[in-house]
Design a protein around this ligand. Structure first.
Ligand SMILES: *Cc1c(COP(=O)(O)O)cnc(C)c1O
Length: 219
């Protein structure tokens, strides 16, 4: 059975050169395999336990992205297979990833999660912290992590202009870092979820993290 809804989203995003991270949290194996069979190969989970279970039970040609808050004491469990950690929100976490990645001799891609939402609860760096990091050439200190870009989540709100403003600010920071420091791998801007990905793409996102919208059933 062909899922034309999913196909339409894939085509749309492909034509805009936007990568899809399929967020599989709370989905059944059968639902996930439908997405896999449609050709998606970048999958994301927001919990260590779930990502470990998924990694074990799903095909091995999937690139796994950690997208939720990661505790330093759990880094060791995912470094053997993780492709990208999108939710790096402290330099202590970055140091731990570097240490553990070295132990397993793997390069790991990371994104810095930036606080752009108004909500108090959202994790992430202040833009100034990240600017200072690059200004001080800190990134050269790391041999096993590649800082590949930024990730951010907008405020959960129906106010589109608020979301638009927040995505604009993240895009601006992303472009500023790119132009100022000319880092080799720095080219990913992960922003946009099911409810706001159109606004994110309009504002320069090249990676969207889609959950619910991918799993809507079409006839
Ligand atoms: C769950 C989740 C998503 C996807 O959310 P949907 O609204 O289902 O698309 C994206 N990013 C993060 C960090 C998430 O935890």
């Amino acid at each position: 059975m062909k899922n034309s809804h999913l196909e339409a989203i894939q085509k749309h995003l492909e034509s805009r050169s936007v990568e899809i991270v399929a967020v599989t949290k709370m989905r059944s194996q059968a639902e996930i395999m439908e997405i896999y069979d449609a050709g998606l190969r970048i999958f994301g989970e927001n919990k260590v336990q779930s990502i470990l279970e998924r990694y074990k039970s799903l095909p091995k040609d999937i690139d796994w992205h950690m997208i939720g808050h990661l505790q330093t004491n759990k880094v060791k469990y995912i470094v053997p297979f993780i492709d990208t950690i999108q939710s790096v929100d402290s330099f202590r976490l970055l140091d731990e990833i570097e240490k553990r990645a070295q132990q397993v001799n793997r390069k790991i891609k990371v994104l810095f999660q930036i606080k752009i939402a108004k909500e108090e609860t959202k994790y992430g760096f202040e833009p100034s912290e990240v600017m200072t990091f690059f200004e001080n050439d800190y990134s050269k200190k790391y041999k096993f992590v590649n800082v590949c870009g930024l990730m951010g989540m907008a405020t959960m709100t129906d106010k589109k202009d608020q979301v638009d403003k927040e995505f604009k600010s993240l895009h601006k920071l992303f472009e500023e870092i790119k132009q100022k420091f000319k880092l080799k791998h720095f080219d990913k801007l992960s922003m946009g979820m099911s409810s706001d990905y159109e606004i994110a793409i309009k504002n320069g996102s090249n990676m969207v993290r889609l959950g619910s919208i991918l799993f809507l059933k079409s006839e």
